[in-house]
Design a binder for this molecule. Sequence first.
Ligand SMILES: Cc1cc2nc3c(=O)[nH]c(=O)nc-3n(C[C@H](O)[C@H](O)[C@H](O)COP(=O)(O)OP(=O)(O)OC[C@H]3O[C@@H](n4cnc5c(N)ncnc54)[C@H](O)[C@@H]3O)c2cc1C
Length: 447
Amino acid sequence: MKKIVILGAGPTGLGAAYQLHKLNYRNWQIYEKNDYIGGLSASVKDKQGFTWDMGGHIIFSNNDVFNQLVDELLGDDVLTFKRESWVWIKDYFIKYPFQNNFHMHPDKEMVLECVLGLLNNLNTKGSYQNFKEWIHCFFGDGIAKYFMIPYNNKVWAYPLNKLDYNWIAERVSIIDIKKTLKNAILQKDDSNWGPNHTFKYPLFGGIGGLFNKFLPYTDSHLQLNKNVVKIRTDKKEVLFQDGEKLSYDILISSIPLPELLDKVESKPGEIEKSIEEFRWSGGYMVGIGIHKPCPSKKNWMYFPQDDSPFYRVTYLSNYSPNMIPGGDHFSFLAEVSFSGYKKVSKDTIVENTIQGLINSDLLKEDDRPFIISKFVSEIPYSYPVPFLGRDRVLQDIQMFLSGRDIYSRGRFGGWKYEVGNMDHSVLQGVEVVNRIVCREEETIYRI
Ligand SMILES: Cc1cc2nc3c(=O)[nH]c(=O)nc-3n(C[C@H](O)[C@H](O)[C@H](O)COP(=O)(O)OP(=O)(O)OC[C@H]3O[C@@H](n4cnc5c(N)ncnc54)[C@H](O)[C@@H]3O)c2cc1C
């Protein structure tokens, strides 16, 4: 039995561990640099009794294997929701997605500009080379100007004309012009788009409550506080920061790909050079806990305007009563992206978030004394940018790695945003084990 070593105990590593356990495979270990499991999908409870996720995380999937796994792990400890998500624009909330509901906005000048942009596109056969051009081509100049461009600038923190468009599939609601015009004239909203229009959330422990349920499957195979610093492919050896050396036959890694490559010794010049091509955004996840009853039933909201630093805010306390110290409290979780292109100061982000919540009508100036918890978590990797030429670069790297029995998978291990959610990540872990042990083909992560 070959020795399989998993690096990282986030959803990908835990999915792989679960599958090895299911297959009764015995010769494996999983190593995690943090003192907790779950990676980006972990949760923390603060001293005031608020639980925070690392960004707004909800459970949704159109994959039966993942949905059955969630049922098995959470049992009855789960809550189910119909999405209540909104877009804040020009002092007014309209339903998400903007492109399907902009006509419900009272600013009719803006509505007209969006409609004219769509009509203009009916008569032109557009072409596009990057995400920015794709936006103008599919949505017209009005929707691009008011929502698509400013919102995506905030999320990706990277010039949109340097992003590819080949990741879009289930991630962006593509417009049906005739249906939109019909809805505009009949004044009907259309908010059911997308795979997450219903979703689940754990009753206990925040989103991390789901991943803590993997612990019985990792058992004595798991070691925490083990930071990988080097990988010697010639000797098939992993080196940890604490000095320990470990031999392996096969590695499954969920470490961000450029970092993994950095740790791999003796690699060809072109692989070394390709590390420089990677771009990503980091995120500040800002939690604001308030000693007042929650004034809203909304789930989350999108913010394209520049009078707030965040692109999205979640009423986190609406997901489970166990997210707050008591019934007369509620919590906001705001997400702010940063990068080399878009610098954001950690020193001012909490105050800027509170001011943004006030500017967006979610808090009032005289709510300030009721704020009893301020939480901020800095995430170095939050969005893997689909940079131009990404797939060619990934193909070369994954060929190089798999030739050395290293399989790099997951949100940042695989670097494919379109398969970078929790369901995809868990399944990538499951499927790569099936590939290694049972010689089955992978279906989620394809190169
Ligand atoms: C803001 C935000 C919102 C999101 N919302 C949703 C959502 O609503 N629904 C959804 O399905 N998904 C969502 N996601 C995606 C979800 O977080 C990821 O799919 C998932 O966490 C990826 O799992 P992973 O194991 O691939 O990576 P990670 O979660 O990043 O885990 C990787 C693990 O590797 C460990 N590691 C890294 N370097 C080393 C090292 N040198 N040595 C040892 N260990 C190491 C890390 O500590 C970490 O535990 C969201 C993500 C973000 C950022």
